[in-house]
Unconditional design. Sequence first.
Length: 71
Amino acid sequence: MGIEFHLGSLINALIYAVVGVVILVASFITWDKITPYDLWKEIVEKQNMALAIFAGLMALGIAIIVASAVH
């Protein structure tokens, strides 16, 4: 009982992974645009830890939604 390699499955997995990452990045950029402040400036320059945690959890939530939709 050997492991079979299916090129089509690998290509499908790569396509879904790329689409998932693109959706995650696009949604994060959209979230950054609709908020009244610059997320990067608040997190990096002003060291806003609460906003950094919120942004990370928001990205994780979107990633879970995208993974569920792809699966």
